[in-house]
Each structure stands twice: as C-alpha cells, then as structure tokens.
Design a protein around this ligand. Structure first.
Ligand SMILES: Cc1ncc(COP(=O)(O)O)c(C=O)c1O
Length: 403
C-alpha cells in the first residue's frame, strides 16, 4: 500500500471522519522520547503528552518490553474471568493510596460514570433513594457521556445535548461557602478536580479541600476527587490529593495510568465498595491483562520518590522560565499550576499562539477560554525546558511583530 502524503490524508479524513475535532494540518507518524515527528519529517518538542497521558514520552523501551511480554501471553479475556495483572495492579494501588478497592474501566469519563453510580447506590442503601444529588463546580470537566457531562460545570459543552441527567448542582471552585449553601438532605456527594484541568488549570487551595472533607464528614457525604488529569505524578505527588492533607472516599484516574493504552480506574473506600454487588456495574475491556500489566510497571516507576522529586524540581525550573517571559511579554497575563500541569493565561488568542508554536516545532494545547496548557511528558529534562523556552519565546515574538 502506497503511503499517503499529508494533503491526501487530510482530504480523505474530511470525507470519512466525523468532524468533532479541530486539528492542525499535519499528520503525526512516530515519536521518540520528548519528540514527535510528522509525515513531512518535521520534529515537534512535545509539551502536551497526549493530554497528560504519555508520562514516559514515546518509544519507551521498558514499556515496549513489558507490553510485548504480556501480549505474547494474554491481552484480553473479559471480566468473566480473573487475570493476574488486574489483581496485582489493584494491590499496588490499594497499598499506595487511600483506597481499599479498585474498579477498572477504559477512560476517565467511564471512571466518573462509575463513581457517580457507586455514590448513588451507596446513598440509596445508606441514606435513602431520594438522596441522589451531587455537587460539582463551575469550570469543572468530568467527561462527555451523559453522567459525566451532567457533572461538568461548563454549559457550553452541554448546550444542544439536553436534557442533562438530573441531580447535579454547581458551586464555585475554591469557594467553600458556595458549597455549604447548596448542601441539603438530598445531597450525597461532592465531586471536584484537585487541579481543574480543562477549565483553565486552577489548583484547589488546601483550605478549600480541607473544608470539603470536613463538610462531607459533618453531613455524611462522599468526597469524590477526579484525578483523571492531575493524578499519578502530574502534580509532583503520586496522587494530587496528597498536596492538601485530605483523603477522598472515591477518586477517579485514567490518562497516564497505562502509558497511553486505554485504562481508567475508580479507587474507593470499603464503605462504598460494600454497596456494590455482582451485576451492579461492569465493562468488557476494563482492566484487561495487557493494560493492567503495562500500568503496573508505569505506576511503579512514577511512584518512586526520586522520580516525583524530579518533577517538582523541573516544575520550579519551568515556572521560573515562564515568569521571566511574563516580564518580557504583555501577552502573558498569569502563570499558574502545580507540578508539570501549568496554565499560561493570555491577553491574546490562545489559538494564534498555539499555531505559532507549531511553526516553531512545539506542541502546546489550549485550556479554558484564554489560556494555554503545558503538560510535558514527566521525563522532560531541563534541557528540554530550555528548548521549550526558546521556541515559546520565538512564537510570542513572531506574534508581537505580526499584530
Ligand atoms: C479531569 C478530567 N476528568 C475526566 C476526563 C475525561 O477523560 P477521558 O477523555 O479519558 O474520558 C478528563 C479528560 O480530559 C479530565 O481532564
């Protein structure tokens, strides 16, 4: 089969792929370490990591070895039967986190769907069937299917898809009083991202997270933390909640968990797990032996204390570079974030800056309405941050001279 060139492929995709993504006009073909390459041989320094997924970048030798070994043994057998990697991954996660039990699925959205069901089943059994309301936050993002979308505090994502699932109310992020006002006898849970990712990179304050925990304890509510984007090393801690001195009752994970293979997880305490019986929930692919075997290796490496410490150092280095650029470029309004999850709020159109970065051979992505997001693979080194700074500065300068 003759390989298509970029133009041919983009023309074909316009005829055959659903138009739900707005993508730039290049086609990625392969990657190595921190770099991706397109069909025309252009190199891109990657500060997106497949949206906080590829923690070890591209072509990681160890991941490939684990993947091949497991693929040769067994890659799917359904959840009708036990498989060893699934159990070993759950053991690792329960030893390393607040959780007593784990449920595996395929994505962050599915993890949140499951968490919503688990909260409502727990509440039905423990507090009564009318107790089904979940408090979420404005600017939150929990996924695109109906439960997760109904929990998402961004009406622009819900418009034209109504009606949403009933039973969700929205408070203001980092404003405890706004949550207290919404709690009533029908409230069963609060769902929050420790660092809001899609909404603009807004880290929670410790005071807010501790306030949510206390509110949940006082009113017999479940605290669900959506760590799909911020979990597993991204913020410089294994789990993001570790920054705040609180533990959730349930937490959801996906993105980096299996190095780019689709896997999601709900971590939960025994008191909620006790409400779930065989047949209550399930998934054909979730927690298959291939994804869980790879995930165990990936998560063991992320959880190593030196690896996490290095993320914090690199975060400081990157944020210093960005603040120096902020002093030079009025286009940069604010730099915020935690670990290697950094938002740069702009006074200019983020799409223009992203396009200018593509021209420099740099991948970054948008968040919220007026910011770009930096989510490099966790293996990023200071030399890559220097290279990023040069390319980002060149992109900003090019825009200054053209506007
Ligand atoms: C915080 C959060 N929750 C849920 C999701 C949905 O995850 P997925 O795209 O894997 O379904 C995302 C995706 O960006 C996310 O950032």
């Amino acid at each position: 089969m003759r390989a298509m060139n970029t133009q041919e492929l983009i023309e074909l995709k316009n005829n055959v792929l659903l138009g739900n993504y707005a993508r730039p006009d290049f086609v990625l073909t392969h990657g190595k370490g921190m770099y991706l390459y397109d069909a025309d041989g252009k190199e891109y320094l990657d500060f997106v990591a497949g949206i906080a997924v590829n923690a070890f970048g591209y072509g990681d030798e160890r991941t490939m070895q684990v993947l091949h070994e497991q693929a040769a043994k067994l890659w799917h057998c359904s959840n009708l039967y036990h498989n060893e990697p699934q159990v070993l991954l759950a053991q690792f996660l329960t030893e390393r986190t607040f959780a007593d039990k784990v449920f595996f699925c395929n994505s962050g959205t599915e993890a949140n769907e499951a968490a919503i069901k688990f909260c409502r089943k727990w509440a039905t059994l423990n507090r009564g069937p009318e107790c089904m309301q979940i408090i979420s936050f404005t600017k939150s993002f929990h996924g695109r299917t109906y439960g997760a979308l109904s929990a998402t505090g961004q009406t622009k994502l819900q418009d034209n898809f109504g009606p949403m699932l009933p039973g969700f109310a929205f408070a203001e992020f980092n404003n405890l009083e706004s949550v207290q006002k919404l709690v009533n006898d029908q409230t069963c849970a609060i769902i929050a991202e420790p660092v809001q990712g899609e909404g603009g990179i807004y880290p929670a304050t410790a005071e807010f997270m501790q306030g949510l925990r206390k509110l949940c304890d006082d009113r017999n509510l479940l605290l669900v933390l959506d760590e799909v984007q911020c979990g597993f090393g991204r913020t410089g801690k294994f789990c993001a909640y570790e920054h705040f001195g609180v533990e959730p009752d349930l937490a959801t994970y996906a993105k980096p968990i299996a190095g780019g293979l689709p896997l999601g997880a709900v971590l939960l305490k025994d008191k909620i797990a006790a409400a779930i019986k065989p047949g209550d929930h399930g998934c054909t692919f979730g927690g298959g032996p291939l994804t869980t075997r790879v995930a165990l290796d990936i998560l063991q490496r992320i959880a190593a204390s030196q690896f996490l410490a290095a993320i914090n150092e690199k975060s400081g280095y990157l944020q210093n570079k960005l603040r120096a650029l902020q002093a030079q470029f009025p286009a940069i309004k604010e730099v915020r974030g935690l670990g290697l999850m950094i938002g740069v709020e702009l006074t200019i159109d983020p799409a223009q800056l992203i396009a200018a970065c593509y021209r420099q051979g740099l991948l970054i992505c948008k968040t919220g309405s007026n910011a770009v997001r930096l989510l490099p693979p966790l293996i990023v080194a200071n030399k890559h941050i220097d290279e990023f700074t040069g390319k980002f500065k060149a992109a900003l300068s090019a825009l200054e001279t053209t506007t």
